[in-house]
Design a protein around this ligand. Structure first.
Ligand code: FES
Length: 398
């Protein structure tokens, strides 16, 4: 027997749908082009994760012959929240190249809020720094600087860390602790005590000496200990920060934080190992690779002084550039004006991730942030990789 089909309901549904479409088109035509109800989620996401931020240089203070403090105020919007110890990646267009360099935010988080928010970065002009030289020579009050949002996981975390902090700094590694010291002195880190052990070669090398002294003179919870390794007439402590010095200023269960040069990092790691400090109580900032990469363990001697060719694939375009063995692949790309998105410049953040199609690279053991899948599939970070042969690489199109 043939089954009976009731088609009345079908026609009712179809005509109802047609009426709904008409109704909807009417509502759409009558609605404003822009949404008039605030999108709180979007606003929050934009505030916390802005793309490129634009700042105006509001002030430049000479802290020493080689050190300048740049005060930056936002040109638009607000400054996203950050933690003492985090950095921003400064983005400079120099000639045809766009260079990015990470700079620690040296002002305190509370100073980036309120009616007159600002940030500070400290630029130290060392013998080899191209970007510090450029900033010293070409950037003046009123100029605009572009930066990324704050990044990095080097900061004091109250849920994880002790309220007693031993901060160990070397050279320009004092900057994250200067930010922490400002936060502490303002009363924002309630119950915390911080001792900064600051190692320098000579008294002229001490950065922010007056600024730190001023803070510690008003804040009982902040203690600064300078140690000089090469100034016999220095009236204060002499020598290197070793396990005895660290032990003297430690308290039970304290948290250790380190920011300083590569050579010092190894000594501090050994000293903390001798004191049997568990890894969970020690945090360190990004450790920069030495200027001479061949000093790192595992670097093959036969690559020293050589020059290689790198074939760079971007979509359907291919360029061949030259690169010397002593410069990272990211530096070679920047020199050839091929854009590469770098932030940490030490293999940590993953922003510069590219693909090695052929050839051999040396990956810095102190900045190898590759995941196992990256290693298997040729993923690598140009910022922490050096060519050991001619290479063919694929980089994202920016
Ligand atoms: S810039 Fe961060 S991994 Fe290369």
């Amino acid at each position: 027997m043939a089954s009976k089909i009731n088609i009345n309901g079908f026609f009712r549904d179809t005509s109802g749908l047609a009426r709904m479409v008409e109704l909807r088109q009417g509502h759409l035509a009558a609605s404003p082009a822009e949404s008039d109800s605030p999108d709180f989620i979007h606003e929050l996401a934009t505030r916390v994760h802005p793309g490129i931020m634009k700042f105006q240089i509001a002030d430049i203070k000479e802290s020493s012959d080689y050190t300048r403090i740049y005060q930056l105020i936002p040109k638009e919007g607000t400054i996203p929240p950050f933690q003492s110890g985090q950095y921003m990646s400064l983005r400079l267009k120099i000639g045809n190249s766009v260079l990015t360099r990470p700079y620690t935010i040296s002002s305190a988080p509370f100073e980036a809020e309120g009616e007159n928010p600002f940030l500070e970065i400290i630029v130290h002009r060392s013998k080899k720094g191209f970007v510090p030289d450029y900033l010293f020579k070409h950037c003046e009050i009123g100029d605009t600087l572009e930066t990324s949002m704050p990044f990095g996981d080097f900061y004091w975390e109250p849920l994880r860390d002790s309220k007693n902090i031993v901060a160990i700094a070397g050279g320009s590694g004092i900057t994250p602790f200067y930010s922490m010291a400002r936060e502490l002195a303002s009363g924002k880190m309630k119950g915390c005590k911080m001792t900064i052990l600051y190692g320098s070669t000579k008294s002229d090398d001490i950065m922010l000496k007056d600024e730190l002294e001023e803070l510690s003179s008003t804040c009982w919870d902040l203690k600064i200990v300078h140690m000089l390794s090469d100034e016999p007439n220095w009236p204060g402590k002499q020598g290197f920060i070793d396990k005895d010095v660290i032990k003297r200023y430690s308290t039970k269960g304290c948290t250790y934080m380190f920011c300083g040069p590569f050579a010092m990092y190894g000594h501090i790691l050994n000293a903390l190992g001798d004191l049997e400090i568990p890894a969970r109580r020690f945090h360190h900032s990004i450790i920069s690779n030495p200027d001479d990469i061949s000093l790192l363990p595992g670097y093959p001697e036969d690559a020293i002084g050589k020059t290689f060719k790198i074939t760079v694939v971007r979509g359907i375009q291919e360029d061949v550039i030259s690169a010397s063995a002593h410069e990272s692949v990211a530096v070679a790309l920047e020199r050839a004006a091929i854009p590469v998105d770098t932030r940490c410049r030490n293999g940590e953040c993953g922003f510069c991730r590219s693909q090695l199609l052929s050839g051999k690279i040396f990956v810095s053991p102190i900045g190898d942030g590759r995941r196992a899948a990256d290693i298997e599939n040729g993923g690598f970070h140009p910022c922490s990789s050096w060519p050991l042969s001619d290479l063919k690489i694929k980089v994202p199109i920016l």
